[in-house]
Design a protein around this ligand. Structure first.
Ligand code: ADP
Ligand code: MG
Length: 618
């Protein structure tokens, strides 16, 4: 074949291959055009998953009659004029290729009336061939109608899935767009049925929008994020670890108002949850990153889904730290206990409204706002056995006992025996009343009854302490007589491989032969445990990778396993001072509201909830 210049329509069709993958991509381009035209209300209608019809109507600034045909011309845009403009694109579109590309693979009709004009104009195209424009009736704004998508490119048509699947893609997409702009009203109808109807809310107040789109449940179990450092800021809500999901289907990222699916950002968020989420669980979040447009390149992808940051490392660290800090606050905080609860107690509706009354954009107080740390405690933990091994080592870490003893000796303010139960009542977790089936601690605070999962709580406390002490020569205990432990030969290899970690954690170990290990020193934190059993079970877990979770650092993995194995296991009897000591620890330690696997460590019932259970006062 001789070399020749391709006809325009063919070029548009080739471009369509990049921009128009499926009906949802058409909706994306059209709605972004409406947003760029400063619409206040956008109505989207689709038929047959968008293949039959996609209609997007807006009340934006419209196009003048003489410009209308230009909108369908390739590389025609009103949004950038020079290369410099590309450095700081403030609009969603700028490539000037969407409309001609869509027109080249469908039957398209564009009707528009520019603001202030007395009538509208309409232009249509079929498979990219433009037909004449003519006067039409339309309010100020624009409607784009796309029918019979891919009717002239059967090869593409084959990649389109069922109507329901495509309609689902459109719905997910419109959700993202709606989340990006709470000040714009959105309505999506599919086959005449309203799928999403979101009223415009005042600018920056996207609590309401998040509730409409993602749901009450998410909001009632999320923590606000608001953090800025120099030219970068992050705002939004992140789901409590205890409200994690089996899929990554509620993760919304926006960069300068543009919805993106960006690996760097997703990774930073995942990393922030690493200590509080079990492998295979996904956090939910809605997060907006605002950054100098010059520091981010949105022209990295034809559909602009991915972005490129100039200082990728910095952005990653900023996001990671901002989220990690908020997650560290998930503990039973003093600020929330005595005054933070309404008489109605933590009922979902009340929490949701108190949480969403606080605007997210800009004015959101930093993480530990009122009510936030109580949010995750509404449901009683039902699924105990998820990560619990049936084997238990009847060990109690010295940590708990020591702090109880210290308290007795010093009469420290947080000492259970040093303060009256009146004072303890006012603490978030109150004072211990007793133990239930050797599994739960029952405690009483001013609001009512507190229930603590002993193992989960202790595991968190230990893990945080072990991490803090790791490699710091923290107190460890020389054993009078070394404890000799029989292990399997390959376990011994594994042990020697991890020796540095054991030692940094405060152990001193030595091989006594191919299957015997001598333990000469143990960290004070685990000195109450059955060392032989502890050693064996940690080895086994490391070997099978069962406790490996999602933790990336080998040392974290090791410490988490150690914490899990050292923690009080079910059916261990604790004294009341021991229980109180654990409660006090939980109140001060980071991330105390969930164990290392993301299961809740405690929950509570208020007096009024108890009253309701007994139909009192009715
Ligand atoms: P881009 O958005 O990259 O500029 P498009 O092909 O999507 O390219 O649109 C071409 C031009 O048509 C836009 O630059 C804009 O001027 C105009 N346009 C498209 N849709 C609308 C709309 N809904 N309201 C007003 N103008 C529009
Ligand atoms: Mg566009």
């Amino acid at each position: 074949m001789p070399i020749r210049v391709l006809p325009d329509v063919l070029i548009d069709q080739i471009a369509a291959g990049e921009v128009v993958e499926r009906p949802a991509s058409v909706v994306k381009e059209l709605v972004e055009n409406s947003l760029d035209a400063r619409a206040h209300r956008i109505e989207i209608d689709i038929e047959r998953g968008g293949v039959g019809l996609i209609r997007v109507r807006d009340d934006g600034m419209g196009m003048a009659a003489e410009e209308l045909p230009l909108a369908l011309a390739r590389h025609a845009t009103s949004k950038i004029a020079a290369l410099e403009d590309l450095d700081a694109v403030a609009t969603l579109g700028f490539r000037g290729e969407a409309l001609p590309a869509i027109a080249s693979v469908s039957r398209l009709k564009l009707t528009s009336r520019v603001r202030g004009a007395d009538r509208a104009t309409e232009v249509s195209a079929e498979a990219g061939n433009r037909l004449d424009s003519r006067p039409a009736a339309h309010a100020e704004g624009t409607t784009v109608e796309v029918r019979d998508l891919f009717f002239n490119v059967p090869a593409r048509r084959k990649f389109v899935r069922s109507d329901a699947t495509e309609a689902g893609h459109v719905a997910r997409l419109v959700e993202r767009l709606a989340l990006s702009r709470p000040d714009v009203a959105f309505r999506l109808r599919s086959g005449g049925r309203v799928v999403l109807d979101a009223q415009a809310s005042p600018q920056e107040d996207w609590g309401l929008r998040v509730r409409t789109v993602v749901g009450e449940e998410f909001v009632s179990q999320a923590l606000p994020v608001s953090h800025a450092a120099g030219p970068v800021s992050i705002e939004g809500w992140i789901g409590l670890p205890t409200a994690s999901r089996a899929q990554a289907d509620e993760q919304f990222w926006f960069v300068n108002g543009r919805s993106v699916r960006d690996r760097l950002l997703t990774n930073a968020a995942r990393l922030a949850y690493r200590d509080v989420l079990y492998h295979g669980r996904y956090p939910a979040y809605v997060l907006h990153l605002t950054i100098d447009p010059r520091a981010v390149d949105v022209n990295a992808h034809p559909a602009k889904l991915e972005v490129r940051f100039r200082d990728a490392r910095q952005v990653h660290d900023f996001v990671f730290r901002a989220l990690e800090r908020v997650l560290a606050q998930t503990r039973p905080g003093l600020s929330t206990a005595p005054t933070g609860l309404e008489e109605s107690g933590p009922d979902p509706a009340a929490l949701a409204s108190s949480a969403t009354n606080a605007p997210v954009g800009g004015r959101m107080p930093a993480a530990a706002g009122r009510g936030t740390t109580w949010d995750g405690r509404r449901e009683l933990p039902l699924d105990r056995d998820a990560a619990e091994s049936s084997r238990s080592i009847w060990a109690l870490a010295a940590a708990v006992r020591d702090s109880a003893r210290e308290g007795e000796r010093a009469g420290a303010p947080d000492a259970p025996s040093g303060e009256g139960s009146e004072d303890a009542l006012r603490r978030p977790l109150g004072h211990a009343l007793g133990q239930l089936h050797g599994v739960y601690i029952l405690a009483e605070n001013e609001q009512g009854l507190v229930l603590v999962d002993m193992h989960a709580a202790h595991e968190r406390v230990l893990y945080e302490q072990l991490k803090a002490q790791y490699g710091t020569n923290a107190p460890s205990q020389q054993l009078l007589e070394p404890i000799v432990v029989e292990v399997k030969a390959h376990d011994l290899d594994a042990l020697l491989e991890h020796r540095a970690e054991w030692e940094r954690a405060g152990f001193e170990l030595g091989a006594l032969g191919p299957t015997r290990v001598a333990v000469r020193r143990v960290p004070a934190l685990v000195s109450g445990a059955n060392v032989a059993e502890l050693l064996r079970s940690v080895l086994e877990d490391l070997d099978q990778g069962v406790a490996a979770h999602h933790l990336e650092e080998p040392s974290d993995r090791f410490l988490a396993t150690l914490a899990c194995r050292t923690a009080v296991h079910a059916h261990r009897r604790l004294s009341l001072p021991e229980m109180d000591a654990l409660l006090r620890r939980m109140e001060v330690i980071d991330r105390a509201n969930q164990c290392n696997h993301g299961r809740p460590t405690w929950t509570f019932l208020t007096l009024s909830q108890l009253d309701r259970l007994f139909l009192r006062g009715r």
